[in-house]
Design a protein. Structure first.
Length: 401
């Protein structure tokens, strides 16, 4: 009988959320594990298929919250990513400390996500985010810059402070500031990847102490059963002296990105979309390794990778994205698409990439799901550009804990 009681107690502990509390402090262990069989077919190349998680969804970490009294809370957050198809572990993701209060919001310090990624558009409006069917980077219809200011799966902002406001009358906003340490955080300081580090091609960091920044706001409301939302934002990546020296022919000004979008939902239907305008691309001219479906072992591109959302270095361009979703029981039917348009510069040709994606997400439970679909990418002026048309097929499974 004692053995049975012990077994039942152990089973109950394992089945419960992994939360530990002590003297007003809560420690939560969390994570997500994903694997997908994904085939990328580029015109003129053999089929590239694998089983893994190149888009960077799999992660595990720890979130700490301490009640300080008077509504004030101290928080800490650390998480690491890994690829289910390889032996590499410990890829750095978010890590920050924060002070929060329900009345004035939350301030984070450390390595954070940008508002363009998790607050206003970006990954929040893409049902296929963190899969090979995603729109950021590989899909070619969202910025996914390696400097972290975009919305790529593995894009994070180093050395930053982020503020998130509370929601008041449907309005909320978020912003980040990043010190302009151009000697350490610009493109010239490439850090080679290893088995435990994905490598760094960060090129944020302004000139002579200037700060990079990004701000975004949104409005959400429910009217007669309709869920309505609108968002917008602005991002600036300052050009450093070293960047000018390395690319004097094309880099002359700071990068500016403007974003705007809408969301609508009614009963089982959801529609969303966004538009982005890029000027003087610096960070937007690069793409995070996970967004590009790059080689997770080396951190470099290969015959499978592609990042159609990247602008030409120092050039202008725009991107738009639209998504429609219908929920039928536990299954979501999704159709989405968009276009990236990169203007020509003195050293690079103009190119346009259009994509459309169709697929399904089936929820086995609140924490487990199956997904699959097809994506087609079409490149104009293929004879003059290295980009190629591609077909992507994917089927996978995800479990969150």
């Amino acid at each position: 009988m004692k053995k049975k009681l012990i077994s039942l107690a152990v089973a109950g502990v394992l089945a419960a959320p992994m939360v530990v509390s002590a003297q007003g402090t809560n420690v939560t262990l969390f994570g997500s594990v994903q694997a997908e069989y994904a085939t990328v077919n580029k015109d003129g190349q053999s089929s590239q298929a694998l089983i893994g998680d190149d888009a960077g969804r799999s992660r595990m970490g720890m979130h700490v919250t301490e009640n300080l009294g008077g509504g004030l809370k101290a928080k800490a957050h650390v998480e690491y990513g890994f690829n289910t198809g390889s032996g590499a572990t410990g890829v750095a993701r978010e890590r920050w400390v924060a002070l929060a209060n329900d009345s004035w919001g939350e301030v984070k310090f450390g390595r954070v996500q940008s508002p363009f990624k998790d607050f206003a558009g970006g990954m929040t409006i893409d049902p296929f985010a963190y899969t090979t069917l995603q729109a950021a980077g590989s899909g070619g219809t969202m910025t996914a810059s390696a400097n972290g200011l975009g919305s790529g799966a593995q894009s994070f902002v180093n050395s930053a402070v982020r503020y998130d406001s509370p929601r008041v009358e449907g309005f909320s906003f978020a912003g980040i500031l990043m010190p302009g340490d151009s000697n350490r955080l610009d493109a010239a300081n490439f850090i080679s990847p290893t088995d435990t580090f994905q490598g760094s091609q960060s090129n944020s960091g302004g000139e002579d102490g200037e700060w990079d920044f990004q701000v975004a706001g949104k409005y959400e409301a429910q009217v007669a059963g309709h869920n309505l939302g609108a968002f917008g934002g602005y991002s600036r990546d300052n050009l450093s002296t070293r960047q000018k020296t390395l690319n004097p022919a094309v880099l002359h000004n700071n990068e500016h990105i403007w974003r705007g979008g809408l969301m609508w939902g009614f009963q089982n239907f959801k529609l969303s979309g966004q538009y982005e305008r890029i000027s003087n691309a610096i960070g937007a001219a690069t793409c995070s390794n996970a967004a590009a479906l790059g080689n997770p072992g080396t951190g470099l591109g290969d015959s499978r990778s592609h990042c159609n959302s990247a602008m030409n270095l120092g050039g202008d361009g725009h991107l738009w994205f639209a998504s429609g979703q219908y929920d039928w029981g536990n299954t979501s039917i999704i159709a989405q698409g968009g276009m990236s348009d990169a203007n020509a510069t003195a050293t690079a040709l103009k190119h346009e990439v259009s994509t459309f994606t169709v697929g399904l997400i089936h929820n086995l439970s609140k924490r487990s799901s199956l997904f699959g679909g097809y994506q087609r990418g079409m490149v104009d002026d293929k004879a003059a550009n290295p980009l190629r048309d591609h077909n992507t097929y994917s089927v996978g499974m995800r479990h969150n804990f």
